[in-house]
Write a protein that binds this ligand. Structure first.
Ligand code: GUN
Length: 282
C-alpha cells in the first residue's frame, strides 16, 4: 500500500507558521486582511469561500467578504475591486472563479492590483512566475510543491507528468516543477497515447476534474501520485484517481479529501501574509 501524503498535516504546519507571522506583524501594529469576492450562488464556490473565511479567522487574518448577485455587472465587480485596491486594511484580494458567463474573467483579474493578487492570476504575476522571479505563487501548485518538500520527495531530474492545462493548475504546476528541475510533460484532452506517457511519470499530477480518470494501469509502479480533482459522485467527494487500485501501485498518493485541497487554502493565507509584509516595507 502507498504512503498517504497527508495534506491536513502539511497544511497545519504552514498555517502554524502563518499564524505566528500574523501575530508578529500585529505586535508591530500591522493587521493582515484578505477580501474574498463571490459572485452568484454556485454551491461549490460558496463552500470554498466559507472555508477560506474560516481559515483566515483561525490564523488571525481579518476576512472581508463580498457577495454579489448572480446578475451583477462586470463594471460593478471591477468598481468593487478598484475600491479594495486602495483600501489599506485589505492586503489580498481574491475573486472566486468561475464567474457567471456574462463577466469577462480576464478583465476582472486584470483589475486586481498585482500587489494584492494573492491567487497569482494577474498576467504580471504569471509573467514573473514564467521567468522565475515571483512574489506570489499560485496556491494549488505551490501547495503541491510544499507537500513534496515536506515528505522529502526529490523533484530534480524526475519525470513529471501533469494531466490538465488550466491557467489555475496545469500550466503553473508545469512551470513550478520545471523551476525545480523536473523533466515535465503536460498532457491534455488531445493527447494521443495518454497511458504511455503517464506510465513514464515518477511524479504524476492529475488536474482533470473527472472521477475515476486515473486508473492503476496508467501509473508506473513506485510513482508519486498527486490528485488535484475535486469531484462529486453520488454526493461523495472524490478525486480524479481510482484511489484503491492506484494505491496498490504507487509509492505515495494524496487522498481526496485531505490531500491537495487543504494546501490551497494554506498557501492563500501564506500569500496574504507575504502581501501584507510587502505593502508595509517588510
Ligand atoms: N476556483 C477554483 N480554484 C480557485 C482558486 O484557487 N482561486 C480562485 N480565485 N478561484 C478558484
Amino acid at each position: 500500500m502507498s504512503r498517504i501524503l497527508d495534506g491536513k498535516e502539511v497544511s497545519a504546519s504552514v498555517k502554524a507558521k502563518v499564524a505566528a507571522e500574523v501575530e508578529a506583524l500585529k505586535n508591530e501594529g500591522i493587521g493582515v486582511g484578505l477580501a474574498v469576492i463571490l459572485v452568484g450562488d454556485d454551491p461549490a464556490s460558496k463552500i470554498y469561500v466559507a472555508n477560506k473565511k474560516k481559515a483566515c479567522e483561525a490564523t488571525g487574518i481579518k476576512s472581508f467578504e463580498y457577495i454579489l448577485d448572480e446578475n451583477a455587472t462586470e463594471a460593478e465587480l471591477i468598481s468593487l475591486i478598484e475600491t479594495l485596491n486602495s483600501e489599506k486594511s485589505v492586503n489580498g484580494i481574491l475573486c472566486q472563479l468561475p464567474l457567471p458567463g456574462h463577466i469577462n474573467e480576464q478583465a476582472v483579474i486584470a483589475a486586481i492590483s498585482p500587489n494584492k493578487d494573492v491567487d497569482a492570476f494577474h498576467i504580471s504575476n504569471v509573467g514573473k512566475i514564467m521567468i522565475g522571479n515571483f512574489d506570489f505563487l499560485p496556491c494549488t501548485p505551490a501547495g503541491i510543491i510544499e507537500i513534496l518538500d515536506y515528505y522529502g520527495i526529490e523533484i530534480a531530474g524526475k519525470n513529471c507528468v501533469v494531466i490538465g492545462r488550466s491557467n489555475i493548475v496545469g500550466k503553473p504546476m508545469a512551470m513550478l516543477l520545471l523551476h525545480r528541475s523536473g523533466t515535465v510533460t503536460v498532457c491534455h484532452s488531445k493527447t494521443v497515447n495518454l497511458k504511455e506517457i503517464t506510465r513514464t511519470a515518477d511524479i504524476l499530477v492529475s488536474a482533470v476534474g473527472k472521477a475515476g480518470f486515473v486508473t492503476a494501469d496508467m501509473v508506473k509502479p513506485g510513482a508519486v501520485v498527486i490528485d488535484v480533482g475535486i469531484n462529486r459522485e453520488n454526493g461523495k467527494l472524490c478525486g480524479d484517481v481510482c484511489f484503491d487500485e492506484v494505491s496498490r501501485v504507487a509509492d505515495s498518493i494524496t487522498p481526496v479529501p485531505g490531500g491537495v485541497g487543504p494546501m490551497t487554502i494554506a498557501m492563500l493565507l501564506k500569500n496574504t501574509v507575504t502581501a501584507a509584509k510587502r505593502q508595509n516595507g517588510r
